[in-house]
Design a protein. Structure first.
Length: 355
């Protein structure tokens, strides 16, 4: 086994990572975070190599500081065409509300990283300071090639078993994603029983079973929360929801309004994409709740119906079907430029740490 690389890209930076957020993180956001002294990320999970290359080039034109790239390693679950047909029949009434009809079938909107050789070649060419995997890991040979290219490697764990798999696979760090976290749960096997560990308990549990540096994620919105996680032993903290409201993100106007509404509730749902993810409750998550888990097709094919419905409805100013991912801490969101948010988080973290 190659010796563990140090996280040298993190050493001279504030221990704050702007989470990779497919569809939300932009070069503008990641560049502003990097230039403010923290670590920006790009979520490339839903992109092909061509779009990813352009996005990375855009980020490089904005900053010379280290950044993280992130990809999805979901397993290709077999599609159950009967479940898909019934799900589309259920959604048809929603499409009809907007003068449309449900699509005939679901489609696969993007390819897992482990099957996308162009994306793999791109990562080896781009050599980001760090690359993280969500939903699982690529194969051993590719991990070895990335390590040879001296790319620091991390992956999301939602429980101790996943943390141990990540360590055994020879990666450099773990992103411990608590139940509070916005966005998709990075669990390797979405069919497995979920222990639903909150961020603090997961952090403690990971630190007790692995020697790897652990990055805390889930529900962190302020420097005080960051100070607590670092006090418990986290090497850094990864924040998604906190950065979603920044003007540099790709969040839609409607998503920003929902984020600013402190009374909204988040739910963990499979109804939007087919995998558990936390976001604001809406008409589509209610339909999923009523239908029950077995009525919802697999990831990522379910996404194609949700995206089509959201696109038709939002064009008519109805935003009740969107994937507005957000964590349980969303009420503490501060919609300010990313550099100002980093400055505030660092000040609060230092104040809390010195108390
Ligand atoms: C809008 C949104 C999109 C996300 N997309 C990704 C992604 O593409 N890849 C990934 O590894 N994590 C993704 N996440 C999860 C984050 O990495 C992180 O676990 C989470 O944001 C932490 O919880 P918080 O949102 O409460 O800060 C996303 C989170 C949000 C809020």
């Amino acid at each position: 086994m190659v010796p563990i690389m140090s996280l040298n890209w993190l050493e001279a930076r504030h221990p704050i990572i702007q989470a990779p957020m497919a569809g939300i993180s932009t070069p503008e956001l990641a560049g502003a975070v990097c230039n403010a002294g923290a670590v920006g990320s790009l979520g490339l999970g839903a992109m092909n190599a061509e779009a990813a290359e352009e996005t990375i080039g855009n980020l490089r034109s904005r900053t010379e500081q280290p950044f993280i790239l992130n990809v999805f390693c979901h397993s290709n679950e077999p599609s159950d065409l009967e479940v898909e047909r019934e799900w589309l029949a259920k959604l048809d009434a929603e499409f009809v509300r907007f003068g449309a009809a449900a699509p005939e079938s679901l489609t696969t909107p993007y390819t897992p990283y482990q099957d996308d050789l162009d994306m793999q070649a791109l990562m080896l060419r781009e050599k980001p300071a760090a690359l993280t995997f969500h939903f699982g890991l690529p194969d051993r040979n590719h991990i070895a090639a990335l390590r040879k290219a001296e790319i620091s490697l991390g992956a999301t764990a939602t429980n101790v078993t996943e943390a141990q798999i990540i360590e055994k696979a020879g990666l450099d760090f773990i992103v411990a994603q608590g139940w509070e976290a916005g966005g998709h749960r990075g669990m390797f096997n979405p069919a497995a029983k979920d222990e639903q560990l909150p961020a603090n308990r997961l952090l403690d549990a990971c630190l007790s079973v692995t020697k790897l540096p652990v990055i805390a994620a889930g529900g962190l919105m302020t420097g005080t929360g960051i100070a607590r996680a670092i006090g418990r032993g986290a090497r850094a903290c990864q924040l998604g929801t906190a950065f979603t409201g920044c003007p540099e993100s790709a969040a839609s106007q409607a998503q920003r309004l929902w984020l600013a509404d402190k009374n909204r509730q988040t739910v963990m749902t499979r109804a939007i994409s087919g995998r558990p993810a936390r976001g604001f409750a809406n008409r589509l998550t209610d339909i999923g709740e009523e239908a029950g888990d077995r009525a919802i097709p697999a990831y990522p094919r379910t996404y194609s119906a949700g995206k089509a419905l959201h696109s038709i409805a939002s064009a008519q100013d109805c935003h009740d079907y969107g994937a507005f991912w957000a964590g349980t801490g969303h009420a503490k969101s501060r919609p300010m430029p990313a550099a100002d948010l980093v400055t505030n988080l660092v000040r609060e973290w230092k104040e809390a740490a010195s108390e």
